[in-house]
Design a protein around this ligand. Structure first.
Ligand SMILES: O=C1O[C@H](COP(=O)(O)O)[C@@H](O)[C@H](O)[C@H]1O
Length: 206
């Protein structure tokens, strides 16, 4: 079972500071690129806005959306479009998630979670597996989430787990209960399957 550290009631500034430290450490450890995957939805963007105030060598950061909705990048539901609009002016690269991409090892895998226990776009109905041979898959959530009722593209569990550290931001009591059950091995939701396969440190900001 994963080694999970929970940081309670973390404000966006606190999470951005932690991300800055992680990125600074990774950048200092190499002359090459530092590669992270980040979530979409709504939770991460105010945190990313704070993070981008940091004085880092953004030109060496490669950002992979962990998932996206199958919509044009200028659609309001596009995770990639929002990430590109934020990270690219700072000098970072934002990858377009397609099933043709070769997914690298991530210095950091940052995840959100839905109240249904989905992570990235690995929804419960899609039965994500730890031994999935593909790194990126296209999926249809069922039921379609009303806030973003679109087909999806997503990193798979093995692709997310190929990372040095996993960080979650889980806001709200309903999500927290789902996360705690998963962390305790008491559910079989996608988040529980990921945690069951995690051998790296996991930090969860609530
Ligand atoms: O649809 C999605 O939802 C999850 C959770 O989003 P949140 O706004 O409730 O935190 C997100 O992690 C995922 O990337 C996104 O596509």
């Amino acid at each position: 079972m994963a080694d999970i550290t929970i940081i309670e009631n973390a404000a966006d500034e606190r999470i951005a500071e932690w991300l800055e430290q992680e990125l600074a450490r990774a950048l200092a450890a190499t002359d090459g690129p530092v590669t992270i995957t980040v979530p979409g939805g709504s939770t991460p963007f105010p945190i990313i806005a704070k993070l981008l105030e940091a004085d880092l060598d953004w030109s060496r950061l490669v950002v992979w959306p962990g998932d996206d909705r199958i919509v044009p990048e200028d659609h309001e539901a596009s995770n990639t479009g929002k990430l590109r609009a934020m990270f690219e002016p700072a000098g970072a690269e934002v990858v377009t998630l397609t099933i043709m991409e070769q997914v690298p090892h991530f210095d950091l895998a940052w995840l959100g979670m839905g109240a249904d226990g989905h992570i990235a776009s690995l929804f419960p109905n899609t039965d994500p597996k730890l031994d999935e041979p593909r790194s990126i898959v296209r999926l249809t959530p069922d039921p379609l989430p009303p806030e973003a009722p679109f087909d999806r593209i997503s990193l798979t569990l093995p692709a997310i787990l190929d990372s040095d550290t996993i960080a979650f931001v889980i806001r709200g009591e309903d999500k927290r209960a789902v996360f705690d059950e998963a962390a305790g091995g008491k559910s079989d939701l996608p988040v529980a399957r990921l945690l069951a396969g995690a051998t790296q440190p996991v930090i969860c900001f609530t």
